[in-house]
Design a protein around this ligand. Sequence first.
Ligand code: ALA
Length: 387
Amino acid sequence: MNSETPVVYLDNAATTFPKPEAVYRDMDSVYRSSGGNAGRGANPLARRAAALVAETRELAQTWLSAPEVTFSPSATIALNTIIFGANLRTGDVVYVSPFEHNSVARPLEHLRKTLGIVVRQLSYDKQTMVCNLDAIRAHFRIEPPSMICVSHVSNVFGILSPVEELALLARQASPSVIVLIDGAQSAGLVPLELANIDALVFSGHKSLYGPYGIAGVAFGRDWRPAPFIYGGTGTRSESLDMPSNGSDRYEAGSQNISAVAGLRAALIWLKETGRCSIYDHVSSLTAQLTTTLAGLGGVFIYPSNSRVEHSSVVSFNINGVSPQIVETALGARSIAVRAGLHCAPWAHDFASTLTQGGTVRTSLSFFNTEQDVLALAEAIDELLQHA
Ligand code: ALA
């Protein structure tokens, strides 16, 4: 395959590709026209950069319906900011879904080992991957949560968790609970009411169709974590303490201005395109994908229950063929998917796919077409004939 071969890109859960044209355009032009250092000085270029950051923040707040948004270089850093900034103590109980990414699982494991927090898995059905709200309510009564961490959409199985209901149950059981939602795969695609959610983490380069290098936290309530990273903010430089409120508290270091420009362009594109048309297109392609794959004998889709709605991400395996071989074979046909554990070993443990090397994951975006799904189906059909 040479670099000119068009690739059928079905790995949008790793990063959406392509981006809206305006993202490329604005990232290129920002360094040429307004590449000053936002918040550092009052020269015209610094002011222009600061205005760009402020406008992007406002767009993000509107898109996510959040009273406050802070930026960070990646969703991993944003998740760590919340988890380490929550001041958890020995014996505190943190509930997680079975689908959490290592960006949540590893910091929690670190706190379990070093501090003695208790990590409990929320109750989900293994066949349908649907959560059992009655069982969870009962667990919360017996052992009230200090924190819950749940991914809105699983990056492995595309399962949508009822995070608003979970947040409400957690708050009823423990009013001071910290509710952290990982929205890396859903922000922009699936709207969320933040009334009981303290922190919704978003990733710029995934479902928001922006670039790498920008992510953040949408705060839904008054709770704020302790800062995770300390350094220059361009404000109150005489003090050796971090500013006590506002985004400066969490945004130490110079802003990645081209990433900000790219996110701004993506947010404007999202608004103009409309959440419903993006969601409808991705959902209808996802339904086409699951139906087509299910029609090919020898393909096992997770979860096995066909009534489960997948949100843009579909994982599967082919009987007797390792996911890595399938990924390589599809790659040879210029089809990009991701095989393996997807940085989420808990999810594969839950689905009993750890020992077979995980799953083959396909993930769709607004820029995919029915032809892309047909190309995948044809390639898999061919593989099945040789398996
Ligand atoms: N976490 C990203 C994925 O799911 C990279 O592939």
